[in-house]
Design a protein around this ligand. Structure first.
Ligand code: ATP
Ligand code: MG
Length: 376
């Protein structure tokens, strides 16, 4: 490590990549620190896998630089990089058993004693909870077990960085949750830097030290899970991570925002007086109160029981809000809403303004569904 790269294991500098004249990555700048769990999160086609493949050396950028430990590695072939990859589909060798699949990487390069190989394979299988599975044929394993073999195989050579491209995508929800915990534990035990790709926002929030939100080949935001959730930089991020009501607003002055024809106290400052902004209010941050106590009031247009809470859609002056509440309210009821200053988040206008954050189409879909069931 050099002084100048201070803990940064990977640096991407202004990476651009096109395929067939289509820009796929449009100026990616990213520092990844040693021992971090970093997640690339974004919708299908936004460039997550391409970024990962550039780090692994399977793709070369058209423009820009890739650094590893402060040294430029653009022209270094994949096998010379201290990086291994786990893919969504477990690319195991079907004709080899579990032991030989994991030992594979140790048998390449320099010759190790069989004793040493056996010790390391056993250690690795213990870490992924597969002790005793050494002689099993990999095709006789469940999906989750196969994926654990793939992880053991990728870790056996002690790479500095492990790239994981939707490694849990093929597993059912319960197994996914278990594997999320296991992966997080493995990452902490080994201290290996993990770069993880998913389009599942809940998975990203629960596992990562740092989340990189991407869309259309551009990084939208880099931050901790709480930063990304509580302080999204634009309407795309607010909408992609969790549910959000996103409203047109105006910053009247520091700590005062106007939206839905009302003035609210908030915690945001630093905008120009009268600046047009986007306002985010999360559904769980709105309190349902009697109309006369409300800062806003509206008519409940739908109520859905979600187990932990009710999800209701409320029409406030033509804009439909989603609100989550544990108190039952009836459809067509006139209710008041109370919003604390810290529940309001103000964002700069962006190209994504007005594209997200109104639940009118959501309740239309519900209306259509209920009409259809009534007809049957
Ligand atoms: N080898 C290739 N040739 C042509 N186009 C490609 C190639 N690889 C990727 N692309 C295109 O680049 C864009 C980004 O692809 P990429 O695989 O990086 O997306 P992703 O974010 O990983 O999406 P997903 O969540 O669906 O896996 C897509 O439009 C894809 O079709
Ligand atoms: Mg992909």
């Amino acid at each position: 490590m050099t002084e100048s790269n201070a803990g940064r294991i990977i640096e991407l500098k202004n990476i651009r990549k096109s395929f067939d004249g289509e820009t796929v990555l449009d100026g990616i700048n990213l520092d990844i620190h040693d021992k971090e769990f970093v997640t690339f999160l974004g919708p299908s086609g936004c460039g997550k896998t391409t970024t990962l493949r550039i780090i692994a050396g399977f793709e070369t950028p058209d423009f820009g630089e890739v650094f590893f430990d402060g040294a430029k590695i653009n022209d270094l072939p994949p096998y010379k990089r201290q990086v291994n990859t786990v893919f969504q589909k477990y690319a195991l060798f079907p004709h080899l058993n579990v032991y030989e699949n994991v030992a594979f990487g140790l048998r390449l390069g320099k010759k190790l004693k069989e004793e040493e190989i056996s010790r390391r394979v056993k250690d690795m299988l213990r870490m992924v909870n597969l002790s005793g599975f050494e002689r099993r044929n990999v095709e006789s394993l469940s999906g989750g077990q196969q994926q654990r073999v793939a992880i053991a195989r990728a870790l056996i050579n002690h790479p500095r960085v492990l790239l994981l491209d939707e490694p849990l995508g093929a597993l059912d929800l319960k197994l996914r949750k278990d594997m999320q915990n296991e992966l997080k534990n493995i990452q902490m035990q080994t201290g290996i830097t993990f770069i993880y790709v998913t389009h599942d926002q809940e998975e990203a929030l629960s596992m990562s030290d740092v989340i990189v939100v991407m869309n259309e080949g551009v990084i939208q935001q880099i931050g901790t899970p709480t930063d990304i959730y509580n302080e999204p930089v634009n309407a795309f991020v607010a909408d992609f991570i969790g549910e959000s009501n996103i409203l047109d607003g105006v910053m009247l002055e520091d700590y005062k925002a106007k939206f839905s024809n009302q003035t609210f106290d908030c915690l945001d400052k630093g905008f120009a007086k009268g600046e047009a902004v986007d306002i985010v209010v999360r559904p769980e941050d709105v309190d349902v109160v009697p109309v006369e106590k409300g800062m806003l009031s509206g008519i409940v247009t739908s109520v859905t029981f979600k187990g932990v809470h009710y999800e209701i859609i409320v029409d406030i002056g033509g804009f439909k809000w989603m609100i989550q509440t544990t108190d039952f309210v009836a459809q067509d009821e006139h209710i008041g809403l109370y919003i604390e200053p810290d529940a309001i988040h103000v964002m700069k206008k962006s190209k994504y303004s007005d594209q997200f954050g109104d639940y009118s189409s959501f309740s239309d879909e519900l209306d259509e569904l209920s009409v259809n069931t009534e007809e049957e």
